[in-house]
Write a protein that binds this ligand. Sequence first.
Ligand code: PXP
Length: 250
Amino acid sequence: MTDFAGRLRLGVNIDHVATLRNARGGDLPDPVRAAHLAEEAGADGITAHLREDRRHIIDSDIDRLMDTLRVPLNFEMAATDEMQKIALRHKPHAVCIVPEKREERTTEGGLEVAREENKLAGYIAPLREAGCRVSIFIGADERQITAAHRIGAQVIELHTGAYCDAHAEGNFEIRDRELEMMREMSAYAHSLGLEVHAGHGLTYDTVTPVAAFPEVMELNIGHFLIGESVFRGLGPAIAEMRRLMDAARA
Ligand code: PXP
């Protein structure tokens, strides 16, 4: 079982630098340069999601990240044969299995693990054998967390999107209920021996209560940080997130 030792890690998701690059075609801005800046600014890891439609990160970005990053890469991917092959070729530090729908703008919900247990257990086994830490992006739902544990995942990443959306919409009753569910489910996942991560939609306004959950070991944050970097630069944007995370934990 994991313990609570060590500081809360920050994984910086660089997908949206690639979104901007792809909007124009060409090479700029370079998400790998952003990853190196994030490293210098104190990111503990870099997260990148290679989607089936390559709408942001592309294969050569993953090649370059694997070749040049000093911090671990958390490779987000859908549970497809193509992505499994790519992950097995690169053997990143971690793979995070996410649901993926072509028509969605971002990853909208957690993975349905309980209904797909056998299939997913077989899918992640070779990734584990290759030495990747396997994480499952999941809602704060006891049934799904139990299933994630049963299939042999080492990590779950709790989807914080509904909590963040409720906060942005001023729907504080739902926000607080989402937060409470995540609090309970972090403790439950930890009791099973799963390492707990969280992410999606987190901002300076929403990060503190999630960072304060003692079981959460890592937050993965992208869209807000890349947006904020337009105004204050990527390094300062990350430094402020780091400060809030440390303060929440203190
Ligand atoms: N974690 C996972 C599994 C995700 O799919 C995403 C979005 O790509 C994030 C974290 C980061 O979300 P955001 O970009 O909204 O901070």
